[in-house]
Design a protein. Structure first.
Lengths: 208, 204
């Protein structure tokens, strides 16, 4: 039985900071209490990335944390991750489902209600919706969606909605109140002086 | 398993005024039996769509199609295999989750050759043998090719600056076949070019 995505969702990033590797970040964030870790890396060669993925998956398995690989169904399968996260430019979601089967978690990115409904219709286990607030992690060509639209999406969908984009300790409570099942963030943990401590503080505000 | 001698590698930016689909169609219709789809600047979704389109063409003509680096996309579109860059996913790992895919592996040295054999590749691509516009590297030459071929338990294809004029010399130095981008993609007449390759290689 696959776990439901909820709580604190960390997207690892080694481009906004170089002090910690993905494995380091995962280890520290797990000690801080995160519920889901997504390995996101578009630069590292595949052979090396597979080894990183294996380590992250093992760390997650040891502590009951969900492991997700960004955009690579092949690496997710080979590394034995719990699932894959697909953006709008990635492999089509139904194709990934066919490859991975029903036991794996597949998440899809959406930035409008229509996209979110489509991602749900295509059989995703959760929708990553955003960006909610201004963010510096990714360049965006559209304005932040805000809490009202997030609430609209969480009401319209029956699968968990993971809010993403510009989430930090100050506003994380508000996205949970808007009905998000999980809050995803990157820089608030990865770029923090102490990622473990940052995760712990965020986790307290998420509850669950 | 390796029943081809000419391995065509794609680059849709170098197809003259043809589309890539048109170019591949001409290649396989004129007898090329193995194609590698190598279009590194596409998003995954674009690559998936293109791979699907190209698979329909190669399948129709009974040619093999390998997708560069991506076993998930290869499996999803029903292609025959994956071509692994030297820093790509290892063939053995690919086969655990995607059984039945043919795996080619690029190598650049004796050390990488041994590693590729350990990793369970089906065939190897060694280069650059000659000077090429596709990669700004010092050519390794025919002597180095011969050394690799003599020591490899797997079929080795020569790559890098290959044309119908030097293809035969690669076979004479032990290669099982040749792989090329420019000579095929940029060919003015694909039909004529393949005819010349057939003369040089004996068989395609």
């Amino acid at each position: 039985m696959k776990q439901s995505v909820k709580g604190l969702y960390l997207v690892t990033d080694t481009t906004i900071q170089q002090r910690f590797t993905h494995e380091d970040l995962a280890g520290r964030a797990i000690r801080g209490g995160v519920d889901v870790i997504q390995l996101r890396d578009k630069i590292t060669p595949d052979r090396e990335l597979l080894e990183i993925a294996r380590t992250v998956v093992r760390l997650c398995l040891d502590s009951g944390v969900i492991s997700i690989i960004n955009n690579r169904a092949d690496i997710a399968l080979i590394a034995g991750a719990d699932g894959v996260h697909l953006g709008q430019n990635d492999m089509p979601l139904p194709t990934a489902r066919e490859l991975m089967g029903d036991d794996k978690i597949i998440g899809g990115t959406a930035s409008t209600l229509e996209e979110a409904l489509e991602v749900e219709r295509q059989g995703a286990d959760y929708v990553g919706f955003g960006h909610i607030f201004e963010t510096t992690t990714k360049n965006k060509d559209y304005p932040p969606r805000g809490l009202e639209v997030l609430q609209e999406v969480t009401k319209a969908l029956s699968i968990p909605v993971v809010a993403i984009g510009g989430i930090n300790a100050e506003n994380i409570g508000s996205v949970m109140e808007a009905g998000a099942a999980a809050a995803a963030l990157s820089s608030a943990v990865c770029a923090a002086d102490d990622p473990c401590k940052a995760a712990k503080a965020l986790k307290q505000k998420v509850g669950s | 398993m390796i029943d081809f001698r000419l391995y065509g590698i794609t680059d849709r930016h170098r197809c003259r005024n043809r589309s890539l689909a048109e170019t591949v169609e001409k290649l396989v219709r004129n007898g090329v039996r193995a194609i590698q789809l190598r279009e590194k600047d596409l998003t995954d979704r674009e690559l998936y769509r293109l791979a699907k389109e190209i698979t329909a063409i190669t399948l129709k003509h009974g040619a093999r199609l390998l997708i560069n680096g991506r076993p998930d996309i290869a499996h999803a579109v029903g292609a025959d295999g994956v071509h692994c860059p030297s820093d790509g996913l290892p063939p053995r790992e690919i086969r655990r989750c995607f059984p039945g895919l043919l795996t080619g592996q690029s190598i650049h040295s004796l050390g990488e050759m041994r590693q590729a054999v350990d990793n369970g590749a089906d065939f190897l691509l060694y280069g650059s043998v000659f000077k090429t516009s596709s990669k700004p590297v010092e050519p390794k030459g025919l002597k180095a090719l011969e050394k690799i071929c003599a020591r490899s338990p797997l079929p080795v294809f020569a790559v890098g600056g290959i044309d119908s004029g030097n293809a035969e010399s690669c076979i004479e130095h032990g290669a099982a076949g040749v792989a090329c981008i420019s000579a095929l993609m940029e060919a003015e007449s694909i039909r004529k070019t393949i005819k010349q390759f057939k003369l040089a290689l004996g068989t395609l």
